[in-house]
Design a protein around this ligand. Structure first.
Ligand code: KIV
Length: 290
């Protein structure tokens, strides 16, 4: 059964943590589904993880739609949140609503919007129309790349107050939960205690009401960079390397495919096919000598 927004929010009241993972395709979505992950986020981090972009900024609606299709087909029992990519909600509220509705019609259950006070009117409008919105404050990867880069937020009183104000206003505007990205753990915990809706932390300590990680970070599907806040539960990159190297060497040494991976034609049919080839070869030779 897909948990609804109310059930997700109740978890905070019951002091139960909310488990969130990103997924961008059918396979990762199925794993999230089988593990009964509460929320699957089709994050625009897909642009970096699956398409090799250096930030999330270039990600388009068309790309997000493809990622969402795979996830909707795989995560049948999870609440699916689609990340609104940069440019899909800033221009005006009609475009933002059109894009959000596109995700909902695809089978997603909510959208996520990065931003603080500037997105409050939009959040209010979407909530009024019944579109559940997840907020996202702290580090905002879509735009941070243009300004200060990827840094921890909430290290000063001013920064903490700004985050607090954003959280309060977003809650008032109707978001059902808020991602706190790369916020100091004390500030994230205090903000989580100051609002009634759940906070979902990434790099923001254990005081948030839920935690999200990028799927490929969790399984170690990266060979290079590992952020401090990521816990790797598997070295999938290394395991994949081993598998692919073994396949390459099996093909080169002619040990793959073996009998067990091949199909046979019945002997009687094979005999007829051989005869056909013999006749064909003979007639080709005859034609050449003419
Ligand atoms: O795009 C994404 O994956 C995200 C999470 C890191 C919260 O926004």
């Amino acid at each position: 059964m897909i948990p609804n927004i109310n059930e997700i929010q109740q978890k905070k009241k019951k002091n139960e943590k909310i488990v969130v993972l990103t997924a961008y395709d059918l396979f990762t979505a199925k794993i999230c589904n089988d593990c009964q992950i509460d929320i699957v986020l089709v994050g625009d981090s897909a642009g970096m993880v699956s398409l090799g972009y250096s930030s999330t900024m270039p990600v388009t609606m068309d790309e997000m739609v493809v990622f969402c299709k795979g996830v909707v087909n795989g995560a049948k029992n999870c609440l699916i949140v689609a990340d609104m990519p940069f440019g899909s909600y800033q221009v005006n509220s009609s475009l933002a609503l059109t894009n959000a509705i596109k995700f909902i019609k695809l089978g997603c259950h909510a959208v996520k919007i990065e931003g603080g006070l500037e997105v409050v009117p939009l959040v209010r409008k979407m909530s009024d129309y019944g579109i559940p919105v997840m907020g996202h404050i702290g580090l905002q990867p879509q735009t941070t790349v243009l300004w200060e880069g990827y840094g921890v937020q909430g290290k000063t009183k001013e920064s903490a107050v700004a985050l607090y104000d954003q959280a309060i206003e977003l809650e008032r505007a109707g978001v059902f939960s808020i991602v706190l990205e790369l916020v100091t753990k004390q500030v994230a915990e205090l903000i989580s205690k100051s609002i009634n809706i759940p906070t979902i932390g990434i790099g923001s300590g254990s005081g948030c009401d839920g935690q999200v990680l990028v799927y490929y970070d969790l399984v170690g599907m990266f060979d290079k960079f590992k952020p401090k806040f990521v816990k790797r539960y598997l070295d999938a990159y290394e395991l994949n390397l081993i598998a692919v190297k073994n396949f390459k060497s099996d093909v080169a040494s002619k040990t793959f495919p073996s009998e067990e991976h091949s199909f046979s034609i019945p002997d009687s049919e094979l005999k007829k096919f051989r005869e056909f080839l013999e006749t064909k070869t003979k007639s080709n030779l005859d034609n050449q000598t003419l």
